[in-house]
Design a binder for this molecule. Sequence first.
Ligand code: MBD
Ligand code: FE
Length: 294
Amino acid sequence: MTETHAATRKENEGTAVEAGSKATERFTASGKLAKLDVPKERVSLLAGAAIKAINDIAVEHQVTYEEYNALKAWLIKVGTDGEWPLFLDVWLEHTIEDVNSQERPGAVGTIEGPYYVPDSPVLPTPATLQMREDEPGTPLLFKGRFTDTDGNPLQGAQVEIWHADANGFYSQYAPELPEWLFRGTVKADENGYFEINTKRPAPYQIPTDGACGQLIGAAGWHAWRPAHIHIKVSAPGHQLVTQQLYFPGDPHNADDIASAVKPELMLDPKPRTDGGAGEEVVYDYVLAKEGQTK
Ligand code: MBD
Ligand code: FE
């Protein structure tokens, strides 16, 4: 593709391979790969259990060679489309998150998903996320307060926020969007309060033209996640929480393809009371200290 051609593309003209490859590159570049150190005993236990589970399925369901070869072709395509992050985050991460958050008091978490980008622009509260001129969508004022589990205000707290635009696309994963559109790191004030001006994201459909979309089509499933705002909240000396917040009434709250909706994560937006356009919503965060358990 030439530069001029690329420059005229719209956000909805991206491909699964582009989005997937970026997610794969980002994960590889994040340094997570280099640091991973799983003891031999755990590798043997977990890989052994996974292999046994799949073999058991082959027996239980009398898997044919046709089906085995379809599986092989599909797994190869997941890799060439760069969709391993998407596949794992959609169909497995929710269980990993549940297992690992059971003992943490305070704010409820959910999956990170494949589209987090670290080191987004730092903004003091009250903040306005980066938007285009004439950015479409309903204005949303999102505000809240940080406390510890004893109700004391937290010092040095921050909200990392990222979400899709009103067409359901993420900056850095769809073409032609400003780099930090709807991404920011908002610093709360000394009493733990924060305010973020943004716009309501649209529901998100995972790419339909890649391996994950092919599976969804072949199985007759749907590809939708309900509209959501991704968040990472943290404060010095406290446990980081990764979560997403959702909007009441979304048709896919009850059948999120990524199984990442929890009742505690449902927002309650109201018309703005200060005369501004759009909606406002309050969501407060209780963070647990390092090492604190339920
Ligand atoms: C998303 O935006 C997302 O949040 C998840 C979990 C998977 C795919 C796209
Ligand atoms: Fe998302």
